[in-house]
Design a protein. Structure first.
Length: 182
């Protein structure tokens, strides 16, 4: 068994989606591996052009669990710019709903049979989680498949951007996260 830990390091904004000022950047997602299912939701970070920001300390660990040799942590993340206000006072309750939705989606296949796309889909469609999500700007989506074998420490960058000739509704973000195996 290998202990796999996935942690957020920071997010860098080269260009915000909002042309009038800072974006309110947040992540939603889920990761599954071994006996661990983890719903992911970060509270919004106000970020502007050419800024690098860290996440709240209690929201940096995306996953930590024992993974059997030959298996991996699967799931994904979606990044948004919040445009529609949400009730962030229900943060803890929402994370539990995300985890339950993921558990329900993989119950038939088990963690080894689950595919990242299925997990990511369950995260955002389950029971109206963050009902106004469709009003927020989707900045990017990524599926993750993190093997239990590999270097003891590695950093990965997820780049998400959109360009247009008009300069309207464009963005450029890089999210950095760390994978630790022991």
């Amino acid at each position: 068994m290998t202990n796999v830990k996935v942690e957020l390091i920071d997010v860098y904004c080269q260009d915000t989606e909002d042309v009038t000022g800072a974006d309110d950047f947040y992540l939603i997602g889920g990761l599954v591996g071994g006996q661990t299912t983890r719903g992911i939701l970060t509270t919004p970070i106000k970020i502007n052009d050419k800024q690098k920001k860290s996440f709240k300390p209690d929201q940096t660990v995306l996953f930590e669990g024992e993974i059997p040799q030959g298996q991996s942590v699967k799931g994904g993340l979606k990044a948004y710019d919040e445009d529609a206000a949400k009730d962030w006072a229900k943060y803890g309750e929402t994370v539990k709903k995300i985890s339950s939705a993921i558990s329900g989606a993989i119950a038939a296949t088990g963690p080894q049979g689950a595919v990242a796309g299925t997990i990511l889909s369950a995260v955002t469609t389950a029971g109206g989680i963050l009902a106004s999500l469709d009003k927020d700007d989707l900045l990017g989506s990524t599926e993750l498949d993190i093997s239990s074998t590999g270097p003891s420490h590695e950093e990965r960058a997820w780049k998400m951007s959109k360009k247009s000739g008009t300069g309207w509704s464009t963005w450029d973000y890089t999210l950095t996260y760390r994978i630790s195996r022991s």
